[in-house]
Design a protein around this ligand. Structure first.
Ligand code: ADP
Ligand code: MG
Length: 730
């Protein structure tokens, strides 16, 4: 590939790649990564560097070291994973001192490169798997036959050879070449980051950072460059979120202040318990928001069982007292149906609007779901459209075109982590003026994650549980080490039932050979056909350990009438033991249930287990949760379970959980647009940077962003990208 510098004008980050690289290469980069401009390519960052002249012996590698070795391929074999999609390629290399295993997940194509006898430089972080040292997904540079090491890295000037995320069509060395050409053609890059911020942290300019990251003089300057580019991501994201927040705050909305004698007052005086101090504080924040002529945009995050529903209901009543309607969006039909029952029960006669004997202030609560009968749907739609229903509860079906409101004043989104910004917006579109929004999340999340995922919302937090709530005790039941413990678990269920309580048994599968929402550790490579399933456990338990008790199954594949009837029967205590999948994970509220046995508990995520066990101990009797597992002591799976058993602090557990997830999963579906701009930033690792970036961004927005025209343009570009992505999805 020859540089074309002679016939190009000096390039900017916005220049088309085709002016800098050959046509073929340009096309490959576009097809593979969607790169169109020089800037796109320069934001393809190296994962690490091979350091010339610094090679390690395989025999001397220690776990955790970042190493480069010169070795020869000894063997290569790939195999399919059992019981799930994917394959693993294992390559053994040797340097004469010892052997080392390299593993690649779903990259079988590399087998063509890594032929036996082939020599190369391999770089990565030393890990240990099954007692053997290995490099997982190492970077490598193969040496052409007949060449030596220096020839392999020839053409690259520096001491540090950058290793890029690569593919068969675009190996790392080829990307390095393209980037070198692009940097060579690059005119001075204007820097959007305000100088005062750059100076505050001693960051290089954008131009310097890009050059130093791709071709560092030393590792310190590479690190500083990476830091600057990571900060850019945090800063631009916070700027975007805070700008959106400011924009939302500037919109006009109908103010809905608490009225002197309305539904809310009647409701409060009939409430059978005192609100917790936390509930009162959060309610006050919400009432203050609702009284403004601008839309509320608030996130209510709370510990499992902290009583978010009542707080939300009080907000809904405030809006109804002002002539508006409220919509409550729930992630599952089970939860939507439960909300209907709970809210009708909590409201009592106050929900009998339009009925004989109802209070004159009373409103009406209705339900819209995808699977309801045509007749009941028609009725619900009519009540929403006429305004007869003050509260409209529903699943995704609420977002449908046929759903109309007379005056939608408040949207409450329950268990937000399952909905994205688009869905919030779809519902907002049904209001005459921008409605108030209350988003609730059941999974407590660390501050900076909230800042990133929900950075355009104000945050209220409920940590306190209602008074008199008994703590949940959690034990791990290791069936391989202590087989007798499982029998004891069933005995505990019988004891609780004999005292009038109820129980849950949770399994990761519906039937053998299926799975519902179980977190599977992909590298375990083991068959999951032996996992407990709802359909197997039912007969097994009712014919055996739980004989004589009333046992019923519940799972996502059942018809919704059946699910509904089962939940209703459970809530009426006609069923003693519910055997279910994770359909009961969030929100299900049956205070009389006191024990939960979770089968193959290691198959669930940490936060998921915390959610699940939150289904017991919701009344005034203590709750017990038993985590049944065949994971052995001291394995990571077992340690996660011990962590869940060791604390009931959801914030702490969610941190443990998030640390084990990939970034995309941490951010979830909620921030479309911004996610694709995050390459370096890690929400947990970079906490203090994110907090600083948020402060910096907020200071810029407090002043006049027009003083920073480059920054303003950069922000506009990201907003346009986010909008484009939204349109793509719609
Ligand atoms: P979550 O925050 O997990 O959604 P819920 O709103 O479902 O929790 O509330 C859990 C249970 O606590 C419900 O049965 C609810 O009626 C009850 N509850 C809520 N607030 C209080 C309170 N202040 N005192 C006693 N019980 C309460
Ligand atoms: Mg809830």
């Amino acid at each position: 590939m020859q540089p074309r510098r002679e016939n190009v004008a000096m390039a900017t980050l916005d220049s088309k790649l085709v002016g800098v690289l050959g046509d073929r290469t340009t096309k490959v980069l576009r097809d593979l990564y969607g790169y169109l401009t020089v800037g796109d390519l320069l934001h393809h960052y190296p994962r690490r560097y091979l350091v010339r002249g610094e090679l390690s012996d395989i025999s001397e590698l220690n776990e955790g070291d970042e190493v480069t070795i010169l070795a020869e391929v000894f063997s290569a074999s790939s195999r399919r994973l059992q019981g799930r999609k994917g394959n693993i390629l294992e390559v053994i290399v040797t340097d004469g001192s010892a052997k080392l295993s390299l593993t690649f997940f779903n990259q079988a194509w590399r087998e063509k490169d890594l032929k036996i006898g082939k020599q190369g430089l391999f770089a990565g972080k030393v890990g240990v798997f099954n007692g053997k040292r290995q490099l997982a997904h190492p970077d490598y540079e193969l040496i052409a036959d007949g060449n030596d090491v220096d020839a392999a890295v020839e053409g690259f000037a520096g001491k540090y050879l950058p290793m890029y995320p690569a593919s068969s069509k675009m190996p790392s060395w080829k990307i390095a070449q393209c980037i070198e050409l692009a940097i060579g053609a690059l005119d001075d890059v204007p820097d959007f980051l305000p100088e005062l911020i750059r100076e505050k942290y001693g960051y290089p300019t954008l131009h310097q950072a890009l050059v130093q990251l791709h071709n560092p003089a030393d590792l310190d300057s590479a690190e500083k460059a990476r830091e600057r580019l990571t900060y850019d991501e945090a800063f631009l994201l916070q700027l975007l979120l805070l700008a959106r927040r400011k924009e939302l705050k500037g919109l006009d909305a109908v103010a809905r202040a608490v009225t002197a004698d309305g539904l809310l007052k009647e409701f409060d005086s009939a409430l059978p318990f005192e609100l917790t101090a936390g509930q009162r504080a959060v309610s006050a924040e919400i009432e203050n928001d609702l009284a403004q002529p601008h839309p509320m945009n608030r996130l209510l995050q709370g510990e499992v069982g902290s009583g978010k529903t009542i707080v939300a209901l009080r907000a809904m009543l405030t809006v109804i007292d002002n002539g508006g309607q409220a919509a409550l969006l729930a992630p599952t039909e089970v939860l939507a149906a439960q909300h209907l029952r709970t809210i009708q029960t909590l409201l009592g006669p106050l929900a009998h609007g339009g009925m004989l004997g109802g209070s004159e202030k009373a409103t009406h609560v209705t339900l819209i779901t995808g699977s309801q009968s045509a007749a009941s749907r028609k009725e619900a739609l009519a009540q929403a459209a006429s305004g007869a229903a003050g509260i409209v509860i529903g699943t995704h079906a609420l977002l449908g075109q046929s759903v109309e409101f007379k005056d939608l004043g408040l949207i409450v989104v329950d268990e937000q982590h399952r909905f994205g910004v688009e869905q919030r917006d779809a519902l907002k579109g049904k209001a005459v003026t921008p409605p108030h929004l209350l988003v609730m999340t059941a999974t407590p999340i660390p501050r900076t994650v909230a800042m990133t995922v929900f950075g355009d919302l104000d945050v209220s937090t409920l940590r306190e549980l209602p008074l008199g709530r008994q703590p949940i005790t959690t034990h791990v039941v290791p069936v391989l080490e202590k087989p007798g413990f499982l029998e004891r678990a069933w005995e505990r269920i019988r004891e609780e039932v004999s005292q009038g309580h109820q129980a849950y048994v949770v399994a990761p599968r519906i039937a053998a050979g299926t799975s519902e929402d179980a977190d599977i550790d992909f590298l375990m490579g083991e068959s999951s056909s032996t996992l407990a399933s709802v359909e197997d456990l039912g007969p097994l338990l009712s014919g055996g350990a739980l004989q004589g008790l009333s046992v019923a199954p519940l799972h996502g594949k059942q018809a919704s009438e059946l699910k509904d009837a089962t939940m209703k029967a459970f809530s009426n205590k006609e069923i003693d033991v519910l055997i279910s999948t994770t359909v009961i994970e969030v929100g299900v509220d049956i205070p009389n249930a006191t024990v939960m046995v979770i089968m193959d508990a290691d198959r669930f995520g940490v936060s998921q287990l915390h959610q699940l066990r939150g289904r017991v101990g919701r009344g005034t009797s203590p709750g017990l949760c038993l985590l049944v597992t065949s994971a052995l002591a001291q394995t990571p799976a077992r340690e996660r379970l011990e962590a869940v058993a060791g604390t009931t602090d959801g914030f702490e557990l969610s941190r443990i959980d998030l640390e084990q997830r990939r970034e995309g999963d941490v951010l979830g579906a909620s921030q479309s647009g911004s996610r694709s701009h995050l390459r370096l930033l890690r929400v947990l690792r970079d906490e203090s940077m994110i907090e600083q970036a948020r402060e910096d961004a907020s200071r810029i927005l407090d002043g006049d962003i027009k003083e920073y025209p480059l920054l303003e343009a950069e922000l506009a570009q990201i907003q346009a990208d986010a909008a484009a992505e939204f349109i793509d999805k719609a």
